[in-house]
Ligand binder design. Sequence first.
Ligand SMILES: [Ca+2]
Length: 194
Amino acid sequence: MGNNKSGMISKEVLDDLKSNTKFSEDELVKWYEAFKKQCPDGRIGKAEFEKIYSTFFPNSDPKVYARHVFRSFDTNDDGTLDFREYIIALHLTSSGKTDLKLEWAFSLFDVDRSGEISKNEVLEIIAAIFKMIPPEEQKALPDDENTPQKRADKLWAYFGKGDADKIAEKEFIEGVTKNDAIMRLIQYIPKENK
Ligand SMILES: [Ca+2]
C-alpha cells in the first residue's frame, strides 16, 4: 500500500473504501488528490491528522479523541497513517454498525492493546468523546449520561460488569450489536452529520 508511482489511487484501496465508507468513487479520487498534495510521501502524521479532525468539530475539542483514533489505526506505531487508514479514521466514526466499525471501536477502547477493555480504558475514551460534545448539547443530555463517569458506569452496567472486570472483543461487539443505547454512549456524531 502507498507505493503507487503513478499517483493514482489503487483499485484495491478504492474498492475497499467504497464499501466501508459513505464516499463515492469520485469523492474518494478527489480526497486522494488532496491527500497527495498535502502528504506527497503518501503518509499523514499525528499533528496534521488532529488539525484536520478539528475542522469537523468546530464547536468543541476533539483533540484527545483524534489522538486515540490515530493510535487505533497506527497499529505499527510509526506515527503515520496511509491514505486508506486516513480515510477510514476520519469517516468510520459516521453512522452504521458494520463489523469493521465495531472491531475498530473495540480497538479504540483497548488503549493498551491487551485484547480486553477495562473500566478505566472506557472512562478514558468516553471522557475524550465527551469533549467533542459542544457545551450547549451537553446541557441537554439525560441526567444519567451527562458526565463521562456516569456514561462509563452506565456502559459497565449494560454489560453487567463489576469495576475490576474486563470485556473481551467478542462480548463487546455482541453487546453493541444488541443494544442501541450502548452505541449512543460510545460515539458522538455532530447533528449535521446524522
Ligand atoms: Ca486493554
